[in-house]
Design a protein around this ligand. Structure first.
Ligand code: HEC
Length: 110
């Protein structure tokens, strides 16, 4: 009886751990939105009517989630020229977790 209880407690822990893990995999769009400000992405982009001083360089990111997918964004942020040979955007300085959050945010823009 005791062993059964212990087993179900352990299983519960494992289930919640993997749920947390999945959350991290998918990224948090709200954190991504904050990062967009913090990393000054808006400097060269327009988003939701707000244009940075050099927005003519990067253009609008409205609905970017319809144009690009996670795989493309992942490569682009790490090595822009790998997907756009003429790219002028610098590689984004984002940790692995920040990258996931940023991608989750951008994909939510539709
Ligand atoms: C120095 C200016 C500059 C900064 C800062 C900048 N970008 Fe860009 N971005 C560009 C340019 C220019 C392009 C157009 C493609 C190219 O030349 O690389 C672009 C393209 C993009 C694209 C592809 C858009 C599309 O429609 O395909 C995404 C997504 C993007 N930027 C996101 C970001 C994010 C997120 C940040 C902050 C981490 C950021 N940018 C910071 C200049 C910038």
């Amino acid at each position: 009886m005791k062993a059964k209880l212990l087993a179900s407690v352990l299983l519960g822990c494992i289930a919640s751990l993997s749920a947390a893990d999945r959350g991290a995999q998918e990224g948090d769009p709200e954190i991504g939105q904050a990062l967009f400000q913090a990393k000054m992405c808006n400097l060269c982009h327009t988003l939701a009517g707000e244009s940075g001083p050099m927005a003519n360089l990067g253009g609008s990111l409205d609905a970017v989630g319809q144009r690009r997918d996670a795989a493309w964004l992942r490569v682009y942020f790490t090595d822009p020229k790998a997907v756009i040979p003429t790219a002028t955007m610098p590689p984004a300085e984002l940790s692995a977790t920040e990258l996931r959050d940023m991608i989750a945010y951008l994909l939510s823009l539709r």
